[in-house]
Design a protein around this ligand. Sequence first.
Ligand SMILES: [Zn+2]
Length: 140
Amino acid sequence: MADRPPPSSPEVSAFMRGMKRADTRPEIQLRRALHALGLRFRLHDARLPGRPDVVLPRSRIVVFVDGCFWHGCPDHGVAPKANAEFWRTKLEANRARDLRVDDALRALGWTAVRVWEHEAAGEAASRVALMCGRPAHRDD
Ligand SMILES: [Zn+2]
């Protein structure tokens, strides 16, 4: 991989922790919350730009659960001080890619919803449900 951090830095472990994995805990919690609201979805659709974490085909909505560090959350997206230039470039590239992915999805008729990993799953799911034209809370 071309953009690894310099070796033997404290950032290496952060890098490894932040590697994009399927099924992170915030993702699983969001999926449970969406399911509880009666929404049905596919996971990790590689045919769509950005390989969205959750795909709601009927509403043509996709959801990304963005890591606070990697995607530059306004509350927690602080670049490390060590190797500052490397990290600034890396994190800016990530944000630019997110915007490109959202644009590409929009061009295909999909709406991208981005959920921060720090967001409460229930609130995020309600937000998605409203966009899908569903009540945010089930009555039953
Ligand atoms: Zn955050």
